[in-house]
Design a protein around this ligand. Sequence first.
Ligand SMILES: *Cc1c(COP(=O)(O)O)cnc(C)c1O
Length: 444
Amino acid sequence: MDVARLKQHFPLLNQLCALQPVTWFNPKNSPMAEGYPHVGLTREQVSDASERLKRFAPWLMQVFPETRARQGIIESDIAPLPQLQQVLDMRYGQRLEGKLWLKKDSHLPVSGSIKARGGIYEVLAHAEKLAMAAGLLNYHDDYRLLATPACRELFSQQRIAVGSTGNLGLSIGIISASLGFDVTVHMSADARAWKKQKLREHGVKVVEYQQDYGVAVAEGRRQAASDPHCFFIDDENSHNLFLGYAVAGERLKQQLAAENITVDADHPLFVYLPCGVGGGPGGVAFGLKLAFGDHVHCIFAEPTHSPCMLLGVHTGLHDGISVQDLGIDNRTAADGLAVGRASGFVGRAMERLLCAFYTLSDEEMYALLGLLQQHESLALEPSALAGMCGPWRISADPQPLAEQGISSASLAAATHLVWATGGGMVPPGPMAEYLAQARRLLNT
Ligand SMILES: *Cc1c(COP(=O)(O)O)cnc(C)c1O
C-alpha cells in the first residue's frame, strides 16, 4: 500500500494518522428514493426477522425471566438527557438546538449491549433452521418446545463459534449455551476479564488471544472451517446479524410516537452510533432508514485509535485497508470499538446511507462517561459514550448539513438520539475503575 500517495489523495488521512479528532460529512449520502440496492437486503427480510423474534418470545420469557417485562421482546428504553445536555452545552461552548435523548441498549436484557440484537437473532435463526430440518419444530408451534430434551439433544451435537472483542461473544455465548449448543468464543486481547469469566460461568469455552480482533476472528474461522458441525458466526459478513440489528428501526418509530416526538422534514432525527466492525450500527442505520426514510440522519462514531469504518468508506477501499496500514495502533479503552479493519459488506452498504462520520479520543469518552454518571445517574462502558459528543460536532457548522438538504430552521426542532451501546452489566469493580479514570480527566 502506497500510504504517501493515499494521503495526497485523501488529506484527511493526515489528521487520522495524527490521531486528531475529525468530522467528515459524507458526500455520497443519497436520498432514499434512489434506493439502497448496495445493501443487498430488503424491507421484507427485516420484517421477517421481526416476526422470527416474536416466535421466540415465549421461549425467551421462559429461559430469561428479565425479558418478561416486554413479553419476550428484547428491546431497550429511550430517555431524555436534559441535565447532561446543559452540561455539554457548556463543555463544548455551543448551545445545542433540539433535544438530546439516549437509547439504552446498554440495558438490553440477556447480555447488556447492542449485541443482544444481532447476536441473539443470528443464533435463534440458526436454531430454528436446525430444529425445523430435524422435524422437531413448525412455525406455528409454541417455541418453548425448544427447551425440551429432544431439541436440546439436537443442539448439543452442534457447535457454534465466534470471534469477538467481548460483547458479541457475551451475547452469542449466553444464548447458544442456553439453547444447549456447544459454543466457543475466540476473544481478542481487548476483551475484559469479567466478560470471559461470565462466559465460563455459563459453560462457554473461551479461547484467549494476545492479538486484536482481526486475529481472533481469523483463527476462529479457521478452526470452524475444519468442522462440518460447527457454525461460525461471521461478524464481518453475516446478513442475519445485520437483520437482527435492523429490527430496531421499526421499534424506535413506535417508541418515539409514544413520546409524541414527531419525525419529518421539519423535525429531523439524528442518530449517533458507535462503530466497531460495522454490523451493529450498520444494521440499525438500515432499519432506521426503512422506518424514517430521509428524515433520519445517521452518524457513526469511532475512537481516534480505531477509525476503521471512516477510513474504509472515505477512501472507498473498505476492507482493503486497515488502520494499521496507516500506522494507527488500534489500541483503545473502547473495547467494543477496537477494530482495525471494517466489514466490507457493511462499508459498501453504508456508503450512500450515512450523513457523517467522526472520531473522538478515549479521554473524551471517559469524560462523557463521568458526566453522564454525575448528571443522569447512568453508568456505561466507554464504547457506549462515543456517540455523546456527536450532536455538538454535527451542528458546529450548519454548512455541511445544509448541503445535505437539512435546513438550519429544522435544527431547532431536531431530536438527537445517542445510541448507548453497552455497559449495563459491567460489575462494580471495573465500573469503579472507569469512573475513577473519568474523575481524573474531569479533575473532580
Ligand atoms: C460491538 C459494539 C459496538 C459496535 O458494533 P459493531 O458491530 O462492532 O460495529 C459498539 N458499542 C459496543 C458497546 C459494542 O459492544
